[in-house]
Design a protein around this ligand. Structure first.
Ligand SMILES: Nc1nc2c(ncn2[C@@H]2O[C@H](COP(=O)(O)OP(=O)(O)OP(=O)(O)O)[C@@H](O)[C@H]2O)c(=O)[nH]1
Length: 528
């Protein structure tokens, strides 16, 4: 588990996973903090614009009513009527309430200049009947609230000009009030004329037709504060309710304009954003996956191959990096090739160290260590295969005198010459010539019987003598000679290495004792 956690694959996976998570988190935060609030703000702006449009449509309705009222109020017939000079006025213009239906009016009210009602005519909302009265009599009781509000308005009026406003109570309506003047606009004001248009179903239908908005207007009694801002209540994903307060009379009331608006703009923008978000997330996942795959294929997998190779090198199962790694032209290929060169260098150094540790530097012959090793192995093999083997122990005669006579460097040269001669004499691959002492040499002869060993020893002695290396200080010859001790291990009487060495040493001693420059077989007389 710990190994898995420490692996590059896991770390890359973790790092890229964290990057992926952070990217997703950032996208989520961007969506929540920036995009969705911006879309909601845009939706609110849209709702506000729609309510502006609705408000403008209502204002246009007020203007229209005002113009209509003005047409009537600055009409000479109305002027005369207010002065009691037009007895047919009512009969001609207001009879049967046709004008009310045509102009969608609830009430037409005439007032004296002091604000007292002069004539009232309209459609009773309770009964739907046309009523026409000179005062707030029983038949026109239904107009009381509106008429009283209009009277108060006229009494408090200082402008003497036409006015319009919205009425919240007793019913939702548009109201226009005009001074009654001559048709050329000249005065004096002989009274006031008001027109009241109810916000009834047909009015709403017309408004919806002109604005394309399903509008509702509610009267709200709010004695504390009148709120004229816009609020949005999101009903569901498809629709929202936009509300705005608009000023209306009487005091303490206002109208609340409401429109159920579609949210497709927000929905479409949100869909677009989601689409972009999902694509971005998908793209990030694809990029991270591709990076992981590339990492795996280009770096991690070759690195694992490389690690496996180094383990195989340690266990001796491989010597060269896999060819797939060596062929690569990238940094990993360079690493593999450098590693290969390093291995080769190490192998060369190791083999030269082994060479050094097994050979004598002066003569290049095997040293005592390699001799001991070889002797033991050769004896084991000989015992195993029931074969004989021989050991020659060779010592240069009077070498001290040689050194004393010619000097140590010449002694070295002589040692080397004799070593070379011995090496040339025993050329078989399984034969080993070793320098086992200062001027003492040993030769391992696998498979050689006693007789063969004796023959080889003698021919060696002769070969050395035949070299003719001058040795004026020798006690036995004018040239350099050697004494040889021979010992053998027979299959029927196997020996240990030490026994064989001791026997050869004893034979050499015997050869020396017998006068040098001769071969001595163990247990026999030396031969010269
Ligand atoms: N030049 C040189 N001399 C060496 C080396 N190793 C040993 N010797 C000399 O070999 C000589 C061996 O002398 P001794 O052991 O007395 O034997 P010897 O003089 O050959 O007499 P015998 O063996 O009895 O014939 C010594 O003088 C050593 O200094 C070497 O590497 N180089």
């Amino acid at each position: 588990m710990k190994r898995a956690l420490n692996s590059l694959r896991y770390r890359f996976f973790l790092a890229l996973g964290v990057v992926l998570l952070m990217a997703l988190l950032a996208l989520g935060v961007i969506a929540k903090v920036l995009v969705i609030p911006a879309l909601l703000a845009k939706e609110e702006e849209y709702a506000s614009q729609e309510l502006d449009r609705a408000e403008r449509a209502i204002n246009n309705e007020l203007k229209h009513l005002s113009l209509l009222n003005n047409d009537w109020a600055v009409w000479d017939d109305s002027y005369d009527f207010m002065q009691g000079k037009s007895p047919d006025y009512l009969e001609t213009n207001l009879a049967e309430g046709l004008v009310f239906k045509d102009a969608n009016l609830r009430l037409i009210a005439f007032f004296n200049p002091d604000g007292s009602p002069y004539w009232l005519a309209g459609i009773n909302p309770g009964s739907g009947e046309y009523t026409s009265c000179s005062s707030l009599s029983d038949a026109c009781q239904w107009t009381r609230q509106t008429v009283q509000a209009l009277s108060t308005r006229i009494q408090n009026d200082t402008t003497q000009t036409r006015q319009t406003w919205l009425q919240a109570s007793p019913e939702r309506a548009l109201v226009s009030l005009n001074p009654v003047l001559r048709s050329d606009g000249s005065g004096p004001i002989v009274g006031w004329m008001a027109m009241v248009r109810s916000m009834n179903e047909s009015w709403f239908a017309r408004l919806e037709e002109s604005t394309g908005l399903p509008l509702k207007v509610r009267a709200v009694r709010d004695l504390t504060t009148a709120w004229f801002g816009t609020t949005i209540e999101r009903i569901d994903e498809k629709s929202m309710l936009a509300t705005r307060g608009i000023a209306a009379l009487p005091q303490g009331y206002h109208l609340r304009l409401q429109a159920t608006l579609p949210r497709q703009g927000f929905k479409a923008s949100l869909e677009t954003f989601r689409f972009a978000l999902y694509w971005t997330i998908g793209l990030i996942i694809v990029v991270v996956s591709v990076v992981l795959i590339l990492l795996e294929r280009m770096i991690l997998s070759p690195l694992r191959q490389f690690a496996a190779f180094t383990q195989q090198v340690q266990s001796g199962k491989a010597e060269e990096p896999p060819s797939a790694l060596l062929r690569r032209r990238d940094e990993i290929g360079t690493l593999a090739r450098e590693f290969q060169q390093l291995l080769e260098l190490q192998r060369r150094q190791t083999s030269s160290l082994v060479e050094l540790s097994h050979h004598d530097p002066l003569t290049g012959l095997a040293n005592r260590r390699l001799f001991d090793q070889t002797l033991e192995e050769t004896l084991q093999q000989a015992h195993l295969h029931s074969q004989p083997m021989g050991l020659l122990m060779v010592d240069i005669d009077s070498f001290k005198n040689y050194n004393d006579h010619f000097g140590h460097p010449a002694g070295d040269a002589c040692l080397k010459a004799i070593a070379d001669a011995m090496q040339r004499h025993f050329l078989r691959p399984n034969q080993l010539v070793a320098r086992t002492g200062g001027e003492e040499f040993s030769i391992v002869l696998p498979g050689s019987s006693e007789a063969v060993c004796a023959r080889l020893a003698e021919s060696l002695r002769q070969a050395i003598e035949a070299l003719g290396l001058p040795h004026p200080a020798s006690e036995v010859s004018p040239v350099v000679t050697v004494s040889v001790g021979v010992a053998c291990s027979a299959p029927e009487q196997p020996r240990s290495p030490q026994e064989l060495v001791d026997a050869a040493d004893a034979a050499l001693y015997a050869a020396k004792q017998a006068g040098r420059n001769q071969v001595s077989m163990e247990g026999e007389q030396a031969t010269a």
